[in-house]
Design a protein around this ligand. Sequence first.
Ligand SMILES: [Zn+2]
Length: 158
Amino acid sequence: MGTDYYPRTIIGVRLPWTKLFKKEWYKERVPYTQLPARHKERCDSELHDTATFCPSCGCRLEREHMRIVALTPEVTYDNDEGDIEFHDWDVSRAGEPDDYADIFIGFDFVEGEEHGVLLQIDVTAFDKKKARLKADLEEIGLWDDDSFGLWSFMFISC
Ligand SMILES: [Zn+2]
């Protein structure tokens, strides 16, 4: 385990994480197989469908999880892989998926992993792509003229 840094470049907008996502906590029953041995051996496992703790041994029967939820149905977030999708645009984040991360949405996204950084920008398609990106982001109220540009940043993976 370690932290990996990948340099990335994207032409598009930078948006704060909180404009696209929120964290949501939910409760889940601990599966019977994951309950402690002391509980399985000594307690009645059918007692507590609604209890948070076992009244006999005190073990936790419910746990809280956090998931990330997109604020608009146009955007999707994969809670397992961390992938973000918005139409067919390139989407990346700098930093962990939390309230301080930035999201970059745009085009001509290149990962600089092989033989240095490689970047080719098709300038003939530039205006069309920018107009289409603007229209897609305006539809969900997230176009920001001032934040449009060439962004070079580190994608950090832990
Ligand atoms: Zn118990």
